[in-house]
Design a protein around this ligand. Structure first.
Ligand code: GLU
Ligand code: MG
Length: 451
C-alpha cells in the first residue's frame, strides 16, 4: 500500500503528466512516469574497440568500486561482428571488471532519457592483480616504462573524425558553413555532453568527407588521454542516438571516399611539468627523447599498425590521396606523413606547443591499445637509442600483412606478453576469415554497422 501511494504521488508530480493535461505541450511517451532505479555501468574497451561492460544499481556503487562486476576472459575475443570464431580461453575462467573512480561519467541529456552514467574499468584476476589481456593495463605499463626509461610522461590528445548520419551529403560540403549548419544542433548537444563528461572539448568542424565531422578535445597526461578518447566516442554516439541518428567512427565508409582517422597528438612532460619535446638546435626541432621515441615508432610501424589500425577496412583508408599515411615516415607539417611534426605559432610558449601527431590510428582500435602500442614502440626507440633514418618502408597493405608483422615481432610479444599477443592474433585473424568473399564495399558496410 505504501508503495502504491508513492507511485501515485510520483505520477501526479511528473512534469510529463502535466503535459498530458495540456500544461506544457510535451509529447508523452509510454513509461515516462514509471518508477526508475538509476543504473551505472562499468566498461572496458578490449580488442574489438567496442565499449562493453555490465550495469548495476547506482545505490550499490560503494561495494562495486571494490568488487567490480564479473567478467570472462573470452569476452575479449568477441569481435567487431559479435562473433567468437576461436578463443584460447574456452568457456572457463572468471575475472572482475573494476571501476576506476577517476573515470566516472554522469551526463544528463535533459531529455528524460536515462543518464549516461558509467565508469571505465580495469580487468583483474579475482585476487586483484591485473589480467594479462587488460587493455588499460597494457597502456598503463607502457606509460610506466616511458617514465622509467626517460623520466617523462606522455601528454596527448586524440583527434577524431566521424560521419554523422543526420545530414545528407551534397557537393561543396567540405569545411563549409552550410555543412556546419545542416548538422543542426548535434554539434552543440555533443559539445555539451563532452563538457559534462569532463572531456574538455576544443573544436568541432565539418571535415572533407561526405557527412564527415571532426572534433578535438584538450590533451591530458598519461592514461587520462586514452580514457578521454573512449568517453568522447561514446558521447558522440550517445548524442546522435538521442537525435535518432548515428555517429559512425568506422575507418572508412566508402572505398572510394576518405577515411575517418584518429590522430594522436603527443608531447612529453618532464617531472616539473615542463616540455621535454622541443630542441630548437635539432633539424626537426626535436629533443633527444622525442627523436628516439619517433624513431622507435617508425621502426615498429608494420607491427604497430595491427593494433592502431586494426580492421580490414583500416587499410582502405591508408591509401594514397586520402590525406592518410601510406609509408612509415615523419615530416614537418605534412598531413600525408605517418608522424607529422605540427606547426607552432611563434611566441614565448613554442616549446609547450610543440607536438607530434601520430596519424596511423583509427577508431576500430581501443584507445588504450593504440596509446599503449605507440608508447611501447617509442620506449623501445629510447632504450635502443634509435635514430631517424631515411624514408621508411610502406605501411602494410592489408590487415593480414599487419598481423603477420605483429606475429613476427619479438618486441611486441614482449610488450603484450605471450598470452595477449596470441589472443590478439587469433581474434583479428578470425575476424578477417569471416570477411572472405566480401568485396570492399560490403566490408565497409559491415564495419559501418559496428563502429
Ligand atoms: N581523413 C584523413 C584521415 O583519414 C585526415 C584528414 C585531415 O588531415 O584531417 O586521416
Ligand atoms: Mg581531420
Amino acid at each position: 500500500m505504501e508503495e502504491h501511494r508513492a507511485f501515485v504521488a510520483k505520477r501526479t508530480s511528473c512534469p510529463l503528466s502535466r503535459a498530458k493535461r495540456g500544461g506544457r505541450g510535451k509529447r508523452r511517451r509510454e513509461g515516462d512516469c514509471m518508477h526508475r532505479e538509476p543504473l551505472i555501468m562499468v566498461c572496458t574497451c578490449e580488442m574489438s574497440g567496442r565499449v562493453r561492460g555490465k550495469g548495476f544499481p547506482a545505490r550499490d556503487v560503494a561495494a562495486r568500486m571494490a568488487a567490480g562486476v564479473g567478467w570472462v576472459p573470452t569476452n575479449a575475443m568477441i569481435n567487431a561482428f559479435s562473433k567468437i570464431p576461436a578463443t584460447p580461453f574456452g568457456t572457463g575462467g572468471d575475472l572482475i571488471l573494476v571501476p576506476d573512480p577517476k573515470t566516472e561519467v554522469k551526463v544528463d541529456f535533459g531529455d528524460g532519457s536515462a543518464n549516461e552514467h558509467f565508469f571505465l574499468g580495469d580487468i583483474r584476476q579475482l585476487d586483484g592483480t591485473p589480467w594479462e589481456c587488460c587493455p588499460r593495463d597494457f597502456a598503463r605499463r607502457a606509460l610506466a616504462a616511458l617514465k622509467e626509461t626517460a623520466g617523462v610522461e606522455l601528454y596527448s590528445a586524440f583527434e577524431h573524425e566521424l560521419v554523422y548520419t543526420g545530414v545528407g551529403s551534397m557537393p561543396g560540403e567540405p569545411y563549409s558553413l552550410d555543412a556546419y549548419r545542416r548538422q543542426g544542433s548535434f554539434g552543440e548537444h555533443f559539445m555539451a555532453a563532452l563538457k559534462a563528461a569532463g572531456a574538455e572539448p576544443e573544436t568541432f568542424l565539418p571535415e572533407y568527407g561526405a557527412r564527415q565531422y571532426e572534433f578535438t578535445v584538450r590533451p591530458a597526461l598519461g592514461l587520462a588521454s586514452a580514457d578521454r578518447a573512449v568517453v568522447a566516442r561514446e558521447m558522440a554516439r550517445a548524442t546522435a542516438h538521442r537525435m535518432g541518428h548515428r555517429a559512425i567512427f568506422s575507418p572508412i565508409l566508402d572505398p572510394n571516399g576518405v577515411g575517418n582517422g584518429v590522430h594522436v597528438h603527443f608531447s612529453f612532460r618532464d617531472e616539473h611539468g615542463g616540455s621535454a619535446t622541443h630542441d630548437p638546435s635539432d633539424a626537426f626541432g626535436l629533443s633527444k627523447i622525442a627523436r628516439h621515441f619517433a624513431a622507435g615508432v617508425l621502426h615498429h610501424m608494420p607491427a604497430l599498425c595491427a593494433i592502431t589500425a586494426p580492421s580490414a577496412v583500416s587499410y582502405i583508408r591508408l591509401r594514397p590521396n586520402r590525406w592518410a599515411p601510406t609509408i612509415a615516415d615523419m615530416k614537418q607539417q605534412d598531413r600525408g606523413a605517418a608522424i607529422r611534426i605540427c606547426p607552432v605559432i611563434p611566441g614565448p610558449d613554442v616549446a609547450r606547443q610543440f607536438n607530434l601527431e601520430f596519424r596511423v590510428a583509427d577508431s576500430a582500435a581501443s584507445p588504450w591499445l593504440a596509446l599503449g602500442a605507440l608508447v611501447w614502440a617509442g620506449v623501445d626507440g629510447l632504450k635502443r637509442k634509435l635514430d631517424l633514418g631515411s624514408e621508411g618502408p610502406p605501411l602494410p597493405a592489408t590487415m593480414a600483412a599487419a598481423l603477420d608483422a605483429l606475429d613476427a615481432s619479438a618486441e611486441a610479444k614482449q610488450w603484450m606478453g605471450p598470452v595477449f599477443h596470441n589472443a590478439y592474433l587469433i581474434h583479428k585473424r578470425g575476424e578477417l576469415a569471416g570477411l572472405e568473399g566480401l568485396d570492399e564495399k560490403a566490408q565497409c558496410d559491415l564495419y559501418a554497422e559496428t563502429y
